[in-house]
Design a protein around this ligand. Structure first.
Ligand code: DI6
Ligand code: FE
Length: 397
């Protein structure tokens, strides 16, 4: 048993509040689980004691929506958008996701891994201890598998990785009929699942991507294997994707700028998490805000993620997402931090992390700072001192 004592601990225990313990301590067992959390003065005895020297302690960050594995980059599209082209215009002209598909297909597994490792390390340097990575830039069986294998290998860096199959992301050039491609997407899934490469299944439900009817076929294939689903829903228009996803008890619906009242209700009833992605909202200069007040009033848990991808959200800063979630979406700093911890975990179906309470994994961050609201108030500054993953200190920035 190891005792970490003398920190300002934001436990995020319960459904609301920071759960602050001013001079707090955490007891971690040999399995990397929290055994006890409370005031240092009341701490039980331990074999080893670490002095936190007043550091601010929060749960480790959970980035529950990323497209971290890919080839190439799309800074050219940044310039095109500055000249007035929209994300949808660029996609229709064969750029966008399709250009990353070409670069990803042309990249070796080693190249993809090298790029993804660098990016994962950047996320870890800001406190990420659990990371979701999607496929969806292969759009053929081999490249989708390669992406998922690369994502799995990131786990050796010292963070927990969950993989999501997103072959229903865009139409590959070799298919002309979307229904035929969707049949292929469904046919590839059992093999990838049998290889242990898939934790969840996602799709892009949009006028430039797949219809609700096509998405439901992908979800049926997931359900047949007992895999949970999530959905890129109502990012550019209201397609009724959230209601569809809720019918499948989706773990999460993500983006949601165009989510309407029926979608909010359906998500609340299904217990589906709303994953808000301020990086994409910002980078695409969206003006339609996700319905935060309605989500809050309906009791839908709100998560925040980077949506890291080379096109619509090329950020590697979860801390910046905290700030943007508050400034752009009007979340409170506490809601934003819950969004990057306990609710992010829930968007991945994980109930064993995200709060610093006994029984949870000992994944936590040590920050330079006095109050957790500072993490959201600052931007362009990284106060991480160290990251503790499953009870082991991993160093920091
Ligand atoms: N929405 C997104 O924000 C990412 N995928 C999606 O369906 C962006 C993917 C990309 O532009 O490469
Ligand atoms: Fe995305």
């Amino acid at each position: 048993m190891k005792l970490w004592r003398g920190g300002r601990v934001a436990t995020l225990a319960g459904d609301a509040g920071w759960g602050l313990i001013d001079d707090g301590a955490l007891l971690v067992d040999d399995h990397g689980l929290l055994r006890w959390v409370g005031p240092s003065a009341e701490a039980p005895p331990a074999d080893e004691v670490v002095d936190l020297q007043g550091a601010l302690v929060t749960p480790g960050l959970v980035d529950c929506h990323t497209h971290l594995v890919y080839g190439g980059n799309r800074a050219n599209e940044f310039e095109q958008r500055l000249h007035g082209a929209s994300y949808a215009d660029i996609a229709k002209a064969g750029g966008g996701i399709k250009s990353t598909v070409a670069a990803t297909r042309g990249a070796s597994e080693a190249d993809l891994l090298a790029g993804a490792r660098t990016r994962a390390r950047a996320l870890m340097a800001e406190g990420v201890t659990t990371l979701e990575v999607k496929s969806g830039y292969g759009l053929d069986a081999d490249t989708e598998a390669r992406m998922l294998r690369v994502a799995r290998q990131l786990g050796s860096l010292g963070l927990d990785v969950k993989t999501t199959y997103l072959a229903a992301h865009a139409m590959p050039p070799e298919f002309s009929d979307a229904d035929t491609y969707v049949a292929a997407v469904c046919a590839w899934l059992p093999g990838l699942h049998a290889a242990g490469l898939v934790d969840a299944v996602d799709a892009f439900c949009e006028h430039i991507a797949f219809s609700p009817a096509q998405v439901s076929r992908v979800f049926d294939a997931a359900r047949a294997l007992g895999l949970p689903v999530k959905l890129h829903a109502e990012q550019l228009s209201d397609q009724g994707g959230a209601e569809l996803a809720a019918r499948y008890r989706a773990l999460s619906c993500d983006h949601l700028e165009f989510l309407g009242p029926d979608g909010v209700r359906a998500m609340a009833q299904a217990g589906t998490v709303a994953v808000l992605l301020p990086g994409a909202f910002y980078a695409l200069r969206e003006t339609q805000l996700p319905p935060v007040t309605a989500l809050r009033e309906a009791g839908v848990p709100i998560a925040i993620a980077t949506d890291h991808n080379p096109g619509s959200s090329p950020t590697l800063s979860p801390l910046l997402m905290l700030n943007m979630a508050c400034v752009l979406f009007r979340l409170t700093p506490e809601e934003a931090l819950r969004g990057l911890t306990v609710h992010g975990a829930r968007a991945l179906g994980l109930r064993d992390r995200g709060q610093l309470v006994p029984g949870q994994r000992a994944d936590f961050c040590l920050w330079d700072g006095g109050h957790p609201r500072e993490l959201a108030a600052c931007f362009g500054h990284n106060p991480l001192k160290a990251r503790v993953f499953k009870g082991r200190i991993q160093g920091g920035a």
